[in-house]
Design a protein around this ligand. Structure first.
Ligand code: SF4
Ligand code: MG
Length: 330
């Protein structure tokens, strides 16, 4: 397995009118060539900020921690260096394609743009590549479609255009932030299948950010479960779905009746609300909502416990030093 990306103890904060939000608080994970990693969690858990930080699309640079891409540190790169990397090494797509598509430029020109910017290519060559790319993402009649504008495409087709734009320079990593959330269930399924097909054909590694466990079950090799700016649990898909150890993971999975069939299950299951990240708790961020919370949970953040090479969890229940269970809420 070739290691592509290594994120270590990443902290990202950003200012708001009401104060500084500590959106990402010590996140670590790695990504290997050709795999699909899902980052899941409720809205506001820091999953999107984490993804955007990888390409340095957040208004403020990471506070601390490191992001290494093929061994190269990204957190200290200049904006100019990052611009080269974006598209060429990592492509990103968002929930709403219209935020990235220009309504007054033909889709052909938009798809070609990355090629002309990043690669020394003639217009004709770029056009050929763009048509190939449209074919790859399943857009019929690509020669004709090249000359059309985004409004002439349906929602699902626009998402395919986004994927084409993100992949046209053949990046090693595709980052997809809630790529199917705005689509209806049938189209969602088609887009997920497209990801899998593209991965088979190109070997691109995919980081998918989602709150939809159905999507995750279908596509992820490995999963990071995030809560309140931290990773609660990381494991292979099997480990997270079948052998999870974190009470939050247990909570979100319990809420989903049929993991494979019902794809339209939002992830808002655990009673209570996440903590305010302007003033995050010092201990385990989940203790307010956790049925198993102990005194130590409130006072000290749980360290990482490794269950095996691929599976680890941040929960005092898994720590050998944890006192025998004295529940806080009972
Ligand atoms: Fe619950 Fe404590 Fe584990 Fe946090 S550390 S998830 S509060 S048991
Ligand atoms: Mg988001």
């Amino acid at each position: 397995k070739e290691l592509l990306l290594e994120v270590d103890d990443l902290h990202v904060s950003f200012p708001t009118k009401r104060g500084e939000v500590q959106a990402v608080r010590g996140v670590s994970f790695s990504l290997y060539k050709g795999e699909t990693l899902a980052i899941v969690g409720e809205s506001g858990c820091g999953k999107s900020v984490t993804a955007q930080s990888l390409m340095r699309l957040v208004s403020t640079p990471p506070k601390s921690g490191s992001i290494r891409y093929k061994g190269e540190e990204l957190t200290t790169k200049t904006e100019k260096q990052m611009q080269k990397l974006r598209g060429l090494e990592m492509g990103m797509i968002f929930q709403d394609p219209m935020t990235s598509l220009n309504p007054v430029i033909t889709v052909g020109e938009q798809i070609r743009e990355g090629l002309l910017r990043h690669q020394k290519m003639s217009k004709d060559e770029a056009t050929k590549e763009a048509i190939e790319m449209l074919r790859l993402v399943g857009i019929a009649d690509p020669d004709k479609r090249m000359k059309q504008y985004p409004h002439q495409f349906s929602g699902g087709m626009r998402q395919r255009l986004m994927i084409a734009m993100a992949l046209v320079c053949k990046p090693d990593i595709l980052i997809a932030d809630e790529p199917t959330t705005a689509l209806d269930v049938t189209i969602q399924a088609q887009i997920i299948e497209l990801f899998q097909e593209i991965q088979r054909k190109t070997g691109v590694a995919i980081i998918i950010i989602t709150h939809d466990l159905g999507v995750v079950a279908q596509i992820a090799d490995r999963i990071c479960v995030m809560y309140a700016g931290k990773i609660a649990e990381t494991g292979t898909s099997y480990e997270v779905f079948k052998e999870h150890r974190h009470p939050y993971t247990e909570g979100i999975l319990k809420s989903v009746p049929r993991m494979d069939g019902n794809r339209d299950v939002p992830l808002i299951p655990v009673p209570g609300t996440p903590p305010n990240l302007m003033n995050p708790p010092v201990g385990c961020p989940f203790y307010m909502r956790c049925d198993y919370a102990m005194k130590v949970c409130k006072e000290v953040a749980p360290p990482r416990t490794d269950c095996n090479e691929s599976h680890y969890v941040h929960c005092w229940l898994q720590d050998e030093r944890a006192p025998s269970i004295k529940q806080l809420h009972s």
